[in-house]
Design a protein around this ligand. Structure first.
Ligand SMILES: Cc1cc2nc3c(=O)[nH]c(=O)nc-3n(C[C@H](O)[C@H](O)[C@H](O)COP(=O)(O)OP(=O)(O)OC[C@H]3O[C@@H](n4cnc5c(N)ncnc54)[C@H](O)[C@@H]3O)c2cc1C
Length: 386
């Protein structure tokens, strides 16, 4: 892409400069230890990049999702990873859209400054999987508290968060009028919860993503920490998922650009049989195809973000953007690895690390089949299969 075509050029330039302080060696060392990139996250926070979605009245820059996608795209294009910090941008949306004035005052300024880390979002459970209506973590009301028991899995960054947005059942599925009723959103203060009813167990995965499993055993959460109305939590969570999908799609666009730029550079320089490998159309066409696919996906991300910022419905576009971008980045990752031959497997090139990282996004935060199911039933009017 030409620099003149890019949205938010100043933001992109500043993010690139920031990321240059965190080169491949930084990420490789963390990856080996499965350690959290604290310095990187603190620097992004200090420079205000994680508060772009928070209105100015609460200390953010209120720039909107288009600006946020530019930030995350550049983070990923630079070879860095936004997975450790992106939730600080959007998880607060549930408080912003559905919290009481007192909750907004209490939390949003701290989240904007970074004094409060709201990086954890607890929805997935081992037995429910993608069928969120089957969650069974239950919060029973006792006086001024909810008492929470149950289990969550794959909750990212729980060990690096002061607060967590938690989806629980407050009415059993069988007793609710509809399966999507009877769920509620609680804001859990991790600083007091851990050791008092909440246990966090890290899960080692193929990428460095601070994944954890959470066990709740009669954890007390003040009723004052209920967001919105009891029983309506599913709807509140769905609202926030569009922002999450669009931002993750932007990370995939950044990954795709990283792979395409690296593959092109290597194909220009690497000489085999007395000429650059990039002179062979068998090497250059896959890279060119990746560029075509990624450019189309980037337009869908831009469209979804523009709809979101205009307050228009964007569920289908957010899903389509996430699917197209995650597939385009994965295709580019595969080409980049192939273009590098054996060197693609060497840690020092950062390609195998980014290859592992970008694969996640066809599964989380929503898997491709579920996106296709959404399009089939909601857009094309085909019968629902489940
Ligand atoms: C590294 C990582 C970080 C994560 N972070 C978080 C987090 O912070 N918070 C959180 O709440 N969750 C998190 N998740 C969970 C993630 O959102 C889920 O893994 C994802 O939504 C898929 O759900 P599942 O793993 O339960 O798969 P399942 O629902 O068990 O599905 C397994 C496979 O079957 C397919 N499938 C299921 N049902 C159907 C159907 N009806 N038709 C066709 N195909 C179907 C799916 O597409 C998928 O490919 C994370 C996951 C990972 C791996």
């Amino acid at each position: 892409m030409n620099a003149s075509d890019e949205s938010f050029p100043e933001i992109r330039e500043s993010v690139r400069k920031l990321c240059a302080q965190f080169p491949g060696e930084y990420w490789r060392a963390l990856d080996r230890e499965r350690a959290y990139p604290t310095d990187f996250v603190q620097t992004l926070t200090r420079d205000g990049f994680l508060s772009v979605l928070i209105p100015e009245a609460y200390g953010g820059s209120g720039l909107g999702l288009g600006a946020a996608t530019a930030v995350l795209e550049e983070v990923h294009r630079s070879g860095c990873n936004g997975g450790a910090s992106h939730a600080q941008m959007y998880t607060m949306g549930v408080i912003l859209r559905h919290g009481s004035p007192a909750q907004k005052e209490a939390y949003l300024p701290g989240i904007a400054s970074g004094d409060l880390r709201l990086q954890a979002f607890g929805v997935t459970e081992p037995t429910a999987g993608t069928d969120t209506t089957r969650i069974s973590t239950f919060a029973r009301r006792e006086g001024n508290s909810y008492v929470v028991s149950g289990q969550k899995i794959w909750i990212s960054r729980a060990e690096h968060s002061d607060l967590m947005v938690l989806l629980v059942r407050t009415t059993a599925r069988e007793a609710a009028a509809r399966p999507t009723d009877g769920m509620s959103v609680l804001l859990v203060d991790m600083r007091t919860a851990v050791g008092n009813g909440l246990t966090i167990r890290p899960i080692r995965t193929m990428l460095n993503h601070a994944s954890t499993e959470l066990f709740f055993d009669n954890l007390e959460v003040p009723v004052a920490n209920l967001i919105g109305e009891e029983g309506k939590g599913f709807r509140y969570i769905l609202d926030g998922m569009n922002a999450e999908r669009i931002l993750i799609a932007a990370e995939c666009i950044g990954d795709g650009r990283f792979f395409i730029e690296r593959a092109s550079a290597y194909a220009r320089e690497r000489e085999v049989f007395g000429r650059p490998i990039g002179e062979n159309q068998g090497v250059q066409f896959p890279i060119a195809r990746n560029h075509v696919q990624l450019s189309a996906a980037a337009l869908m991300v831009e469209r979804a973000a523009a709809l979101f910022d205009a307050g228009q419905p964007c569920g289908t576009e957010a899903n389509m953007a996430k699917m197209l971008a995650s597939e385009a980045s994965w295709a580019a990752a595969d080409t980049c690895l192939q273009t590098h031959g054996g060197f693609g497997f060497a840690e020092e090139y950062d390609i195998e690390r980014k290859f592992r990282e970008t694969r996640l996004y066809q599964v989380a935060p929503i898997s491709t089949n579920l996106i296709l199911s959404h399009v089939a039933t909601h857009v094309l009017g085909l019968p629902k299969s489940f």
